[in-house]
Design a protein around this ligand. Structure first.
Ligand code: PMP
Length: 432
């Protein structure tokens, strides 16, 4: 019929420019993987076509939202629990419980890996975090405690509370809480693992020299404070995992790495790995409004283990970007600071507009920290004057489906006076 002829003609015309053969979908892995933790890591690297085409520079995103727990934090949760087991601090199926203070993603990952490994989880978080994260935690069987946002110097701050809860979990009643040995080291290094176990045992009222106590201690329920901010396993997950994956996937052709920092584990671990392979790799930070990191990196503004005065209450800074930004020094930030070459302060309007632009042009539905980092990628390319095939890699930490109540809620943004304006992105992409 005529219509068939027309269809055939148009198809033929189209063939001149388009490859019509459907491409087979390649499997991420040919192996049968063991349990949900087998699905963690080995994420693909994806070219962000709209930005790459506009810039002439390849912008590549590590698709961490494809992890089974929905974010990059699955890697960290798995590594922290693996390391704790290796050191004898956690034993599966003993009624042991993992405690963490977190704004969300890490809690979800810990709750998931905990169940897969035979533990329970208690997650303590501020009460102003997006509701969908709380729902996910509940579904994963975690015990949730929501507290008023507070400064890190406050005992009731969520990280401090998690530390305290873990410390007191499984304690023998006869032991006095003011016991001077009640001091469990927070940063655990493998060289001191036996010391840590002994100190933990002493603290909860067991004497490792006593064979009966020793036996009982090994099988009793433990409380373990995961402590992503200070825990070296966080850094190691990226230095040993995500970093090498990126190096392999780019065949070592990477000019820059861009990331935000919440705990600093991602930027420190990946940044240090890439620089160890090629010292010329530029490491750039994307920092949301209200975070002190940008001023630290660019202007050397004081940064210490407590929150510096004036930025004490970051939660009160009206930002819709969740999971990145910090105002105090932690072990993992400490590892990150020396290798950060450049930093960008990204406004809520820029991050939000980028997220809408990416849906419109690429069909990519991303979370707030990913959008923030992609704005920083574009700014870095412009600042470097790159225009001919360089490669910038960033982390797509989580998907938009974790952010319906704030970042992806147009009504919320309108009330908060945060414009959604595609011209913001188009301006950034304008040729110089
Ligand atoms: N993006 C999201 C969504 C996060 O939850 C986090 C972690 N808080 C980050 C980015 C930052 O990663 P890191 O803690 O390794 O600095």
């Amino acid at each position: 019929s005529t219509s068939f002829a027309l269809y055939y003609q148009s198809r033929k015309r189209h063939r001149l420019t388009t490859n019509f053969a459907p491409r087979p979908i390649e499997l991420r892995s040919d192996e049968v993987l063991s349990g949900v933790t087998g699905l963690i890591g080995n994420t693909p690297l994806v070219r962000i076509n709209s930005l790459s085409d506009a810039l002439g520079v390849e912008i590549l995103g590590k698709a961490e939202f494809l992890n089974p727990g929905g974010s990059v934090k699955d890697r960290v949760a798995l590594r922290m629990i693996d390391d704790a087991e290796r050191m004898g601090l956690l034993r599966p199926h003993t009624g042991s419980r993992i405690f963490e203070g977190t704004v969300g993603s890490t809690g979800i990952s810990i709750a998931m890996v905990a169940k897969a490994r035979g533990y329970d989880a208690t997650i303590i978080m501020p009460d102003d975090v997006a509701e969908e994260k709380v729902k996910a935690l509940k579904a994963l069987g975690a015990t949730i405690e929501r507290v008023r946002p507070a400064s890190i110097v406050d005992k009731k701050q969520y990280v401090n509370l998690a530390r305290q809860r873990a410390k007191n979990f499984g304690k023998r009643d006869k032991i006095d809480a003011s016991d001077p040995t009640a001091n469990v080291p927070q940063l655990i290094t493998s060289s001191s693992s036996s010391l840590v176990v002994t100190t933990t045992a002493l603290h909860v009222g067991f004497d490792m020299e006593d064979p009966q106590d020793n036996e009982e201690f090994l099988t009793k329920p433990r409380g373990y404070f995961a402590d992503q901010f200070e825990n070296r396993s966080n850094f190691d997950a990226h230095f040993d995992g995500t970093g090498p994956e990126i190096w392999r996937q780019t065949n070592g052709r990477v000019d820059a790495f861009v990331s935000g920092a919440g705990t600093g584990g991602t930027i420190a671990g990946i940044g240090r790995y890439l620089k160890s392979m090629n010292e010329n790799v530029v490491v750039a930070l994307s920092d949301p409004e209200g975070s002190g990191l940008y001023n630290k990196v660019k202007h050397g503004v004081m940064f210490d283990r407590k929150e510096s005065e004036g930025t004490k209450r970051r939660h009160q800074v009206d930002t819709v970007v969740e999971g990145i930004g910090i105002n105090r020094l932690t072990n993992n930030i400490d590892l990150a600071l020396p290798i950060i070459d450049d930093a960008f302060r990204i406004s809520d309007a820029e991050a939000v507009s980028m997220s809408r632009y990416l849906v419109q042009n690429d069909g990519l539905f991303l979370g707030s920290s990913s959008a923030c980092s992609l704005v920083a990628c574009v700014k870095l390319v412009r600042r470097m004057g790159w225009a001919e095939g360089q490669r910038v890699v960033t982390i797509l930490c989580d998907s938009g489906n974790r952010h319906y109540s704030k970042f992806w809620n147009d009504e919320y943004l309108r009330k908060a006076n945060i414009p959604i304006d595609p011209r913001i992105v188009e301006d950034l992409l304008q040729p110089l």
